[in-house]
Design a protein around this ligand. Structure first.
Ligand code: PLP
Length: 383
């Protein structure tokens, strides 16, 4: 049996590797606390679960779903975009539901990248932008995100190599936890539109912002509908990571191309889950206020504890992460190993998110309050 060359070129998925190390430690009897994956610890709101139950009880949902998503779900997405961002979407041609945004993100390059084509990916970043590109036979150029550039690429100097097809951006960003303003996003839209490139914007954390910051949609920018596709997800906003539901929206041509790939590969999202998605988007949004307050409280606890042990860092204004510079004398892997060995705490080393992630580790805030406090107390002691 011979696997394909493209599999050989894939790194192991970062969190698959981290899960392996956690299991190893637990087998040794260590009480491991994971500040690893960004997976909300809070339950999905009741009214969304009720909609799933009612949907599952209806035999009409038991057959193949529509490839393009339920019309009512696309209408609910359009309504939410209008209320939240003031952006008008045509439910028929500008929205494509996905089996979690990860699925759409991974498949986008299949629609746009021929072997040898180039995709610009933030560095560090959510690994799937790079992996989707590699699976399509493309090549990645990194756009470093560092404290020096305020974690935002300088599009005034953007000089893409020949063969470039897609530029990825993600704010509030995983893993750097930085945010971007609409004015900053406009520089990216202008640069991509002028050059005929697709701007792929991942807005999975748009609702996870603090200190009053309100995250924009890239589709608010002038000219965005000519060049941009935005990915969105119910995972973090409504604590629905297990449900696998998200969507892409924006430029009609990009939505049509992604839809063409998806209709040939998958058969859509269980209709009962889409009905639950409608309940999430159309239902009460007060839970979000509490959720933000909870993450902000946890963020403050992480930031103040780390400052107390001598690590200098700013409090991030978005995402569910804190991007932490490692102390002098460490690299990201050695510091992550120290925290695991001395405190039984797992944090992903920043290097796992790209070369410019070296020198950082990422703390996730999706850990229950008591485990977060326990983990931080252990870190305080260890350092
Ligand atoms: N985008 C970013 C930046 C993420 O961090 C994640 C998940 O952690 C996703 C997309 C995928 O989310 P989902 O597939 O659950 O919608």
């Amino acid at each position: 049996m011979h696997t394909a060359q493209r599999i050989a070129s894939l790194p192991p998925y970062l969190f698959a590797e981290i899960d392996r190390r956690i299991s190893e430690k637990r087998a040794q009897g260590v009480d491991v606390i994971s500040f690893g994956v960004g997976d909300p610890d809070q339950p999905t709101p009741r009214h969304i679960i009720d909609a799933l139950h009612a949907g599952a009880d209806d035999p009409a949902t038991h057959r193949y779903p529509s490839y393009y998503g339920m019309p009512a779900f696309r209408v609910a997405i359009a309504g939410w975009y209008e209320r939240r961002f003031g952006v008008t979407l045509d439910p028929g041609s500008q929205i494509q539901p996905c089996i979690g945004s990860k699925e759409g993100i991974a498949h986008l390059p299949t629609a746009f990248v021929d072997p040898g084509d180039v995709v610009y990916v933030p560095d560090p970043a959510y690994p799937v932008y790079e992996i989707g590109t590699l699976l399509a036979g493309g090549r990645v150029e990194f756009m470093p995100l560092t404290p020096a550039n305020g974690f935002f690429p300088d599009f005034g100097r953007f000089d893409p190599v020949p063969g470039t097809k897609i530029v990825w951006l993600n704010y509030p960003t995983n893993p750097c936890a930085s945010v971007a303003t609409r004015e900053q996003l406009q520089t990216a839209v202008d640069a991509c539109r002028e050059r005929g490139l697709l701007l792929a914007y991942d807005n999975a954390y748009s609702e996870m912002t603090f200190d009053g910051f309100v995250a924009p949609s890239v589709l608010e920018c002038d000219g965005a509908f000519e060049c941009a596709i935005e990915f969105h997800s119910l995972s973090k906003t409504y604590n629905m990571t297990g449900w696998r539901i998200g969507w892409a929206c924006g430029a009609t041509q990009a939505i049509e191309a992604l839809g063409r790939v998806k209709t040939n590969i998958d058969s859509g999202i269980f209709d009962a889950v889409q009905r639950a998605g409608i309940a999430a988007l159309d239902g009460p949004q007060e839970g979000l206020v509490e959720l933000r307050a909870m993450y902000q409280r946890r963020r403050d606890l992480v930031v103040s504890t780390l400052r107390d042990v001598g690590i200098e860092l700013d409090a991030p204004r978005g995402s569910v992460f804190v991007w932490v510079p490692v102390p002098a004398g460490h690299d990201s892997a050695s510091f992550a190993t120290l925290l695991l060995e001395e405190a039984g705490v797992v944090v992903p080393p920043g290097r796992g998110y790209g070369p410019s992630g070296e020198g950082f580790v990422r703390f996730s805030l999706t850990v229950s309050d008591d485990r977060l406090e326990e983990g931080l107390a252990r870190i305080r002691k260890a350092l």
